[in-house]
Design a protein around this ligand. Structure first.
Ligand SMILES: Nc1ncnc2c1ncn2[C@@H]1O[C@H](COP(=O)(O)OP(=O)(O)OP(=O)(O)O)[C@@H](O)[C@H]1O
Length: 374
């Protein structure tokens, strides 16, 4: 028996009924997603939140609602409850978001789910694992970036999550047949190459603490400089990119190819892990003046003490009442787009964090909304 209720923490078993409305015929992932939605719809109960959960604090706000840290009163489990306002969220959209999150949650680097979904008069709600270490952007020192070893560990995890996400998407026979990696998913057109692009931008942000440009548009000087270099119209490495080794630049060239069809897959970054990415040795970044080939291999499985300290600090912050507003999560946005519509880069190209509700500093951004204009 499946449970998708406010009191159960078991994952739903799949029922045998399907809602196969796919325009392209049946496919395992589509069927599973549809079944998950059906199960959730059938089991959506109205619950009195206070009966089952003690609300500890608000973790953050999104476009469609808020996320609270709660403790399950019977089990004592800490969870993040995601509230989507009924006024602005259709039941179908809620079921879709919930089911997709559930469907992707087996990946160790995608936030876990508890199989709990319910409603109140004003909200649709589902429960997620509480990501206590905070949002990735919380740990990137502005205009400095993360030490290379830590950035690589994050990149490694994000790449695995993205690759997992891509591997679970449905291959569209029509678009797949053209070299362009478009995939259709529940009416969404999923474009791998856009994710790869955003992933490349994220890598740059992690390593430098800046965005590479404000907008990926021809009138942006940083972007224009980058495009000219990418298209080999100039041999001069763009100013923002001179801190990287040749190997890292090769990687960025592949990830951030202007032509979508020439972009590599996310997995290709793994082949660059044993090379140094940064030229400077400040901040723990160890390019060694370009002696990239002598770099020790990265041990992804072990955790450095520097990283432990960072995580400890974040745990303390996330538990401190002073930081109730937005200690987020190190997690992937699984909404088929890797770009945040809420980002607001500063004029220096460094990121600022903007609260969507009240415009205070303190919100988390992933990347400038990037449009590729060629
Ligand atoms: N599982 C979680 N654990 C801890 N914090 C979380 C969790 N999920 C969300 N948050 C926090 O709540 C904030 C809002 O999350 P939410 O998922 O509603 O919005 P979003 O995905 O960031 O943005 P949008 O809904 O606009 O796409 C996040 O930015 C993060 O800080």
């Amino acid at each position: 028996m499946h449970h998708v209720t406010g009191t159960s923490v078991s994952r739903p078993a799949l029922c045998s009924t399907t809602m196969n409305s796919s325009p392209h015929g049946s496919h395992a992932s589509i069927d599973i997603l549809e079944e998950l939605q059906l199960i959730a719809a059938q089991n959506l109960e109205k619950l009195d939140i206070n009966k089952y959960y003690e609300v500890v604090c608000e973790l953050g706000k999104g476009t469609y609602g808020k996320v609270d840290l709660v403790i399950h009163k019977i089990r004592g489990t800490k969870m993040a409850l995601k509230f989507l306002r009924k006024k602005t969220t259709k039941l179908k959209s809620f079921l879709k978001e919930y089911s997709i999150s559930l469907y992707l949650s087996p990946c160790p680097f995608i936030i876990n789910m508890y199989g709990i979904a319910f409603e109140t008069d004003d909200y649709y709600i589902f429960a997620q694992e509480y990501a206590l270490a905070g949002d990735l952007f919380d740990i990137i020192p502005p205009q400095v970036g993360l030490p290379e070893t830590i950035a690589k560990r994050c990149v490694h995890q994000v790449a695995i999550a993205l690759d997992y996400l891509h591997s679970r998407e449905r291959h569209d026979p029509v678009h797949g047949a053209r070299a362009v990696r478009h995939h259709w998913h529940e009416g969404f057109c999923v474009d791998y190459s856009t994710d790869v692009w955003a992933f490349g931008v994220l890598l740059f942000c992690m390593l430098t603490g800046n965005f590479p440009w404000e907008k990926a548009m021809p009138n942006d000087a940083f972007y224009d400089e980058f495009v000219r270099w990418q298209r080999r119209r100039t041999g001069t490495v763009p100013s923002q990119w001179r801190r990287f080794t040749d190997e890292a630049l090769r990687m960025f060239r592949r990830l951030l190819s202007i032509e979508q069809e020439r972009r590599c897959s996310v997995k290709e970054v793994f082949s660059y892990f044993n090379q140094c990415w940064m030229l400077d040795t400040e901040n723990g970044n160890g390019g060694g003046g370009g002696l990239a080939s002598s770099a020790p291999p990265l041990d992804i499985s072990s955790s450095s003490s520097e990283e432990d300290v960072l995580v400890d600090r974040l745990k303390q912050q996330s538990l401190s009442p002073a930081c109730v507003v937005a200690k987020g999560s190190i997690m992937m946005d699984t909404h088929y787009s890797s770009m945040s519509a809420n980002s607001s880069p500063s004029s220096t190209g460094s990121y600022e964090r903007v609260n969507r509700e009240n415009n205070e500093r303190g919100r988390i951004l992933v990347a400038t909304p990037i449009e590729i204009c060629v």
